[in-house]
Design a binder for this molecule. Structure first.
Ligand code: ADP
Ligand code: G6P
Length: 471
């Protein structure tokens, strides 16, 4: 069996107190711990001086190969082009896109450098699976270094509509770079359609969809490759076990005691402007405004660990949320009740899962999100006999699958307030029916299915290739 090489900017597991968790690290870690293999990427260190060296560390069946970035590379590749240009563009925030040609050069330079670091570690029959927007030019860079192995790419975030992508000056180079992979994976069908729309209308290419299930064939920039939607999943039964065990633990019992029987609305997100937190806070305020019976009868816990905290857009959203939570609490709080508990720290998975299980509503309302694993974790953690209700943005990839959620538009404050009221009052029979529908989908499409489907198609995409040799 060929060895699996995962390449991503962020490498898990992420220790407590480290950077905020994210769906990529969580999902890929779950997928790789079963198959074993190597995980190559950034160590998270930024070096003030000296030459970064690869660190190898074996943990169980996985070899972690990580390397630091020098300050200039971090600024241009990570903070600059990846997170100030691509992240807002791919999340439909054209207003936040910043572009600097030198950052794009840095982005390509770091991709080429990372590829050169990986080459000596590769074996002939390794299968290489590259993840996310930081590494779009990675296949081009590996090919330029002589690598002939199969190389797949999975985009964890949305793929934007062409008119938004066109706002990124080197859009054509990016799509051409994507076409150097053998297989492209997107979170949802709409993302795949957006990619095909660009290929057909902006790059004079072709996109041939299969008659039934299966991947599409893309012909563009002189290459033929495959592309399909592979929605990332979770391990629902493992999360349910964690939630049950965590509910008996001290942090959750103590928190529950402070509720004094009030209902609980729960949200967990990295503190990112794509997550719709301001609108979410305002919709909770609207609920308290319009349904006085809710006051002092419901608590909203928002856990939001800061992320990319050295970037202006993230400092701005943080300030805005501090203002909003203070304003709303000042307006409604009583001596024995704080409406919004707004918390900036990370928690163990077990604690989060247990908090999900104890809550009546999972409130997940991003303005745009590739998938949103929190939505899937919330459903997984529920007690089947007395499940909570998921209120979910239609702009999260998860909304394509989780039809049992109350689906909302995250900019419709009144609509979200109504959905919260409906969720808090929903009879148990309806909650159970919705939960059964969603948990069934999550079990069918768990994270192994995501991995296995992608790798099966990646191996097939290479069937017509001559025997692969690294170098
Ligand atoms: P994104 O990838 O944009 O961060 P997702 O919802 O897909 O969004 O994934 C976030 C992941 O990070 C989830 O697995 C979630 O449980 C985890 N996570 C988010 N916040 C925290 C936190 N405060 N402590 C621990 N894990 C967290
Ligand atoms: C999202 C992205 C990931 C990223 C994560 C955390 O999940 O899709 O690629 O790792 O956010 O962001 P960070 O910048 O801390 O890696």
């Amino acid at each position: 069996m060929s060895r699996l090489i995962i390449v991503s900017n962020r490498v898990a597991p992420i220790s407590e107190g480290g950077p905020a968790a994210g769906g990529l690290a969580v999902g890929v870690y779950d997928a790789l711990k079963e198959t074993g293999g190597m995980w190559f990427g950034w160590s998270g260190d930024v070096l003030a001086s000296g030459q970064p060296q690869i660190q190898l560390e074996e943990r169980g069946p996985v070899t972690f190969a990580t390397i630091g970035l020098v300050r200039r590379d971090y600024d241009q590749y990570y903070r600059g082009f990846s997170n100030a240009t691509l992240w807002p563009a791919f999340h439909y925030r054209a207003d936040l896109i910043q572009y600097d040609r030198h950052d794009f050069e840095g982005y390509r330079r770091v991709n080429a450098w990372l590829a050169q670091q990986l080459v000596p570690l590769l074996r002939d029959d390794d299968v290489i699976w590259v993840h996310d927007y930081h590494l779009i030019p990675f296949a081009q860079a590996l090919r330029a270094a002589g690598v002939k192995n199969r190389i797949g790419f999975f985009l964890h975030i949305p793929f934007p509509a062409s008119q938004v992508l066109l706002a990124v000056p080197p859009h054509r180079q990016l799509v051409e770079a994507l076409c150097s992979f053998d297989l492209l994976g997107f979170q949802t069908e709409p993302d795949l359609r957006a990619f095909c729309d660009y290929v057909v209308h902006e790059a004079a290419g072709e996109c041939e969809h299969p008659a039934k299930n299966g991947s599409s064939t893309i012909r563009a920039f002189g290459r033929t490759l495959r592309a399909a939607a592979y929605p990332i999943g979770v391990y629902p039964d493992e999360i349910a076990q964690l939630a049950k065990a965590g509910a008996r633990g001290k942090p959750v019992r103590t928190m529950k005691a402070t509720l004094h029987g009030r209902k609980l609305i729960m949200s967990v997100d990295r503190l990112d402007y794509s997550k719709g937190l301001v609108e979410r806070f305002r919709a909770f305020e609207r609920l308290l405004d319009q349904v006085p019976a809710m006051r002092n009868n419901v608590s909203f816990v928002q856990i939001a660990p800061p992320t990319r905290a050295d970037m202006h857009a993230y400092q701005d959203i943080r300030l805005q949320l501090e203002g909003e939570s203070g304003r709303i609490n000042g307006r409604f709080a009583e001596l024995d009740w704080t409406p919004i508990r707004y918390i900036h720290r990370q928690y163990e998975r077990q604690v989060l899962a247990a908090l999900f299980r104890e809550s009546h509503v999972g409130y997940v309302t991003p303005l745009r999100d590739g998938m949103n694993l929190v939505a899937k974790e919330y459903v997984s953690a529920q007690d089947p006999d007395d499940p909570g209700v998921l209120v979910l943005s239609r702009f999260a990839g998860a909304a394509q699958e989780l039809e049992g959620a109350l689906i909302v538009n995250p900019i419709d404050i009144d609509g979200m307030a109504e959905a919260l009221a409906t969720a808090l009052a929903m009879p148990v029979a309806e909650r159970r029916a919705r939960y059964r529908d969603m948990i069934g989908r999550l079990r069918e499409n768990n994270v192994s299915v995501w991995r296995d489907n992608f790798l099966r198609d990646l191996k097939r995409s290479g069937e017509a290739r001559p025997a692969a040799r690294a170098k």
